[in-house]
Design a protein around this ligand. Structure first.
Ligand SMILES: *[C@@H]1O[C@H](CO)[C@@H](O)[C@H](O)[C@H]1NC(C)=O
Ligand SMILES: *[C@@H]1O[C@H](CO)[C@@H](O)[C@H](O)[C@H]1NC(C)=O
Ligand SMILES: *[C@@H]1O[C@H](CO)[C@@H](O)[C@H](O)[C@H]1NC(C)=O
Ligand SMILES: *[C@@H]1O[C@H](CO)[C@@H](O)[C@H](O)[C@H]1NC(C)=O
Ligand SMILES: *[C@@H]1O[C@H](CO)[C@@H](O)[C@H](O)[C@H]1NC(C)=O
Length: 458
């Protein structure tokens, strides 16, 4: 086992038992640490093995989290120049994009939420913005994949209840169809804002504004810019007065980043600046432990009860904080110290000596979940690994990475503004097995329970 040195940018030297060297501010050191953690992350992936399905992570990880992982790996490549994982990333997005380019794989029907699609769509958008080499012309293209989702979501916008908004689930027979949540609408908002900036098409910007205002009108985004989880639709009268007020880090992050993109797209409009600054202030106040300024998933981390999905959220807040500094440069000075503190804290807990099969990366480099304690907490997995990778690698933003491109500034991805779902499988094409497995939601039981939890699955 190698000796461990952690050197913060202010020159403090900390020696620990094992694992990863990280000198913040030293690009080579940050890249090397990121490479070690990324290797541990990708070691969970089996989708490129013969007979396995490209794009899927093994149980217990849901489909959406794989999309989140490939989005992270695109940024990893853009920030470090290490293209080791570009081939599996391209293969996965094309395969899960499906031959129809709509991110509606039949295999996911039982639990396919708008947010599940969204994490894959954001990966495709990142591919376009970072110029991941374009797929062959007969395959789905990055930009067109994101546009397909935009068009699907616009067509699913539902004014019949809560004055608008996207439902969580797509199919009526799935648990969660009666829930309108911030992450689904956040995916729509985030991609709409990025499409507006990338293509210059104002239709996307109008939708981004409409989604954000709907979040405000319903109170899902509060006057002090907290982003609450969602609204349950009362199936008897379509009213929406049952709010889940829980605050999760990814909801804050996805709206913060989208607002920063709109701020940029509108050339620093004051309304978007107010939103960016308000969301940032709220996120700092909520998701950073006041005693040490280290990010934590405040709702479940202190108690140790974060589920598999929730254990990956800090990585996305980190991603979107970093993206915010690129789109709204005035936030850089406020955000950079947060990112650096997190990078140091996260690297410090990547010292787990967890043996396979729980961890297949380099021994002694498994990342724990909690960053606030300075000690490895024994919790390992895709989320933990992706969080730490994000914490370390996003400190490179602003130093090495060029801002994401647009169609005007070098983007090459071919779009299709008319792309949409090939066919929304109506209930007729859903097999009885799917319906049974999905648990038929007609009876509304457990909806309160589901709504109180996080998205994805059942
Ligand atoms: C899958 O991809 C990883 C990462 O690029 C690589 O190390 C591994 O060899 C690949 N496995 C197969 C079976 O191609
Ligand atoms: C759906 O599942 C089948 C059987 O496992 C697999 O061959 C196929 O590649 C999967 N499709 C997608 C888009 O994942
Ligand atoms: C953006 O704002 C700057 C400063 O007000 C101004 O010089 C520039 O022309 C604006 N650009 C556009 C595209 O509106
Ligand atoms: C928009 O983003 C670009 C790229 O990071 C940046 O150079 C520019 O200053 C931003 N525009 C505004 C108005 O902040
Ligand atoms: C702009 O986007 C909208 C919505 O997808 C689309 O209908 C329209 O054709 C696009 N306009 C152009 C010029 O591409």
């Amino acid at each position: 086992m190698r000796s461990f040195k952690l050197l913060a940018s202010f020159g403090m030297l900390v020696t620990l038992g094992a694992a990863i060297d990280l000198v913040l501010g030293d690009q080579a050191s940050v890249k090397s640490a990121a490479s070690t953690i990324a290797f541990g992350l990708v070691s969970y992936y089996t989708g490129n093995r013969t007979g396995d399905t490209p794009g899927n992570l093994p149980d217990p990880y849901f489909w959406w989290e794989a999309g989140a992982m490939f989005g992270t790996l695109i940024d990893y490549w853009a920030l470090t120049g290490d293209d080791s994982y570009n081939a599996i990333t391209t293969q996965a997005i094309i395969h899960q994009g499906t031959e129809n380019g709509d991110f509606m794989p039949r295999n996911q029907t039982r639990t396919l939420g708008n947010d599940d699609q969204g994490f894959w769509g954001m990966a495709a958008m990142s591919a376009a913005e970072n110029r991941l080499p374009d797929p062959p012309a007969d395959q789905p293209q990055w930009l067109a994949l994101a546009q397909s989702l935009f068009n699907q979501w616009a067509s699913r916008w539902d004014e019949a209840s809560c004055g608008g908004g996207l439902r969580w689930q797509i199919f009526t027979f799935n648990n969660g169809f009666n829930y309108k949540n911030s992450i689904s609408n956040g995916c729509f908002f985030n991609i709409a804002a990025r499409l507006a900036r990338y293509t210059g098409n104002e239709t996307y910007a109008e939708w981004a504004t409409k989604i954000f205002e709907w979040q405000e009108t319903t109170g899902l985004i509060t006057v002090d810019h907290n982003v609450r989880d969602g609204l349950t639709i009362n199936i008897n009268d379509n009213t929406c007065n049952n709010m889940d007020t829980n605050l999760w880090s990814y909801n804050a992050g996805i709206f913060l980043h989208g607002a920063a993109v709109m701020y940029n797209h509108t050339n620093a409009s004051s309304i978007w600046r107010t939103r960016v600054d308000g969301l940032l202030t709220a996120a700092r106040a909520t998701f950073f432990d006041p005693t040490n300024n280290i990010m934590f998933e405040q709702l479940c981390e202190p108690s140790g009860f974060c589920n598999n999905d929730q254990r990956s959220f800090k990585g996305y807040l980190t991603r979107w904080l970093a993206g915010t500094t690129q789109m709204a440069p005035h936030t850089f000075d406020a955000i950079r110290p947060l990112l650096e503190t997190d990078a140091a804290a996260a690297a410090k807990v990547c010292v787990g000596d967890t043996p396979p099969p729980a961890f297949r990366g380099h021994r002694g480099t498994a990342c724990g979940f909690r960053w606030t304690t300075g000690a490895f907490d024994g919790s390992v997995g895709v989320g933990e690994q992706m969080n730490a990778l994000s914490a370390v690698m996003y400190t490179l933003v602003g130093r090495v990475a060029a801002a994401p491109v647009t169609a005007e500034t070098g983007g090459t991805s071919r779009g299709n503004p008319e792309a949409k779902a090939h066919e929304e499988p109506g209930e007729s094409v859903i097999t009885l097995r799917d319906r049974v497995a999905a648990g038929f939601v007609t009876s509304a039981i457990a909806l309160g329970v589901v709504a109180g939890c996080v998205f994805v699955s059942i």
